[in-house]
Design a protein around this ligand. Structure first.
Ligand SMILES: *Cc1c(COP(=O)(O)O)cnc(C)c1O
Length: 232
């Protein structure tokens, strides 16, 4: 039985080792703790160990936890599929959205972002493997959605995110991450302020970091296996 502190140390060691191997600066990769299905007290335990960025997939579940931890200076990231009737809660409660993949959602988030808050930081989700069932824009659609987001004053385009097909094997997974990096560098030529490539999870963070990830989204390796009931 590992404690959450041991798990965190293990994940930090993996990130450090992967950045060394890739010869990237140690601080070039951020840790986003994915806390879907986990309780506010489990989040607090990681917070007490120094983690400040947390990611949620379900809007109401995320907002409940945000409201139950009002004293915590947590940066909340929304990383799940976005339904248009949930955009207001996301715009009002989160600092980041990693999973933007539709013009209509971009426009709603922009319109609903309270002016008192800084612009919502946005990554475009890319369906890098062209999987039929997956969320995300195709690589070909990225420039068009990026151009729209760049015109919206209450959104700030920060980069790209992907969830590659995990069953494709190590070599093609690396290639998918490499295609994301190339797409990101191409987009940066037009938008030099882009700084975020959100890729890598518990099982593949080394491959993602090797190809240039700047933020890894880690759930299971920090909190242990998720209860099957809510596991999407
Ligand atoms: C659940 C989830 C993760 C974390 O997955 P683990 O395998 O538990 O690390 C990362 N990103 C997204 C979008 C997720 O839904």
């Amino acid at each position: 039985m590992f404690s959450i502190a041991d798990n965190l140390q293990g994940v930090r060691n993996r990130i450090q080792k992967a950045t060394e191997t890739a010869q990237h600066a140690p601080q070039s990769v951020q840790l986003l703790a994915v806390s879907k299905t986990r309780s506010a007290s489990e989040i607090d335990a990681l917070y007490q160990l120094g983690v400040r960025d947390f990611g949620e997939n379900y809007v109401q579940e995320g907002v409940d936890k945000i409201q139950s931890l009002p004293e915590h200076d947590i940066v909340w990231h929304f990383i799940g599929p976005i339904q248009s009737n949930k955009t207001r809660l996301i715009a009002e409660h989160f600092t980041w959205v990693h999973s933007l993949d539709r013009a209509k959602i971009a426009e709603r988030l922009n319109a609903q972002r309270p002016s008192a808050l800084s612009p919502l930081n946005v990554c475009l989700q890319v369906n890098i493997d062209h999987e039929a069932s997956k969320s995300g824009v195709t690589p070909e659609q990225v420039p068009q959605l990026a151009a729209l987001v760049a015109t919206l004053p209450h959104l700030r385009l920060r980069g790209l995110m992907c969830i590659p097909d995990p069953d494709q094997g190590e070599a093609s997974l690396r290639q998918a991450f490499a295609r994301m990096k190339a797409l990101f560098e191409q987009l940066k030529e037009q938008y030099p302020a882009l700084d975020t490539l959100s890729m890598g999870m518990s099982d593949d963070l080394e491959a993602a970091i090797a190809e240039g990830s700047t933020i890894v989204r880690v759930g299971t390796a920090l909190f242990g296996p998720r209860p099957a009931k809510n596991n999407p």
